[in-house]
Unconditional design. Sequence first.
Length: 422
Amino acid sequence: MAVETERIPAPPRSLGDRLAVLGEREFTRFFIGYTTSLLGSSMAPVAVAFSVLDGGGGGTEVGWVLAARILPVVLVLLAGGVITDRLGSRRLMLGSEVLRGLVQGLLAALLATGHAPVGAMVALVAVWGIGEGLFMPAFGAIVPDLVRRKELLADGNTLLALSRSVSTVAGPALAGLVTAVRGPAAVLLIDALTYGVGALALAGLRLPDRPGGDGGGSVLAELRSGWGEFTARPWLWITTAQMGLFNLLVWAPFLVLGPLISQRELGGAGAWGLVMGVYGAGAVLGGLLMLGRRPERPLAVATVAALGWALPSAALAAGPSLPWLVAAALVAGLGSAVCGTLYSTTVQHWVPPELLGRLTAFGAVGSFAVGPLGLAAAGPLSARYGTGGVLLVGAVWQVAAGAVVLGLPAVRDRRWEEGPDR
């Protein structure tokens, strides 16, 4: 036990130590650009939705436009993983930022001139989704190259997760204000400019050369090779399956049925806004608590933290009570930050750099591909079995799945001192 203790650095205690990763030039440059771009991205959905409604559309048209963003993300994730491993993360992310900035600028121009039919918006938003799908696996692969001192990798992921949590809360609020004062076109113009800031930050990065993928093979061949590497790591595909089923059985029903219950029994949209706002605040708190901390068994701690996601569904299933629901959302948000930070760091620590793009892509597809099915099925299932029944199944599933995964040695016993999987 003494030997293991020596291998695990003691958690830094001062604020300066916990923010030491900001002393890494490449990380700090990327962090500023990414956070700026992310804030704009979190503003855009509000503007898009209101632009459809202002143009005479209804809920169906809003659904079409929002779905047009999600579907391309899933379709291009795997290709993005291959391209990342072939060309490197920075090039692909730079192209994605430029593409999305151009799309948002064009959308802003169409709205400003009053010529933005739903069909044109669907097409442009789909291109926007392609850019996002290419960006995601590249983002997962670039972080280890930004942090030279690998003991600071978890802190880097924590700060990036913090920026996402803060943007989730601040972006929609800021978008609502700008939309009310200047209209949706102004929000999309701001988003286009923030993508420009992100692109400038990426253009100035000095990153190490990384080995490419499998060379001159076809995309399909590289995907087959990546799939073999993915399935050869039980800890990776098991946790990916767990996350995919969570999105299907827990999170999707909560997102659909939560607003419905809030409307019927908790006072309406204000109550639901409070719940989601507190969830975001919990994620921020969890990120702050993770700074400077490096648990000896990261996957085990991440799995325990993920159990918190069962609480909001359980609170709704037990009978609508806003105080209990808010408390559950706070714990779930905190757990989401801890789980997300440790999981990202685990993947970056143990997956070899030349495989990170493809394996990140496979993980993202496995985690999110079936989520839309849960969104579509939650309403019909609740009509047949009751909202409480559907939510309770999700809560029980989350606890049971966490217990099973935590009992697997491949997850429970993985420690930092083990080197990358080869």
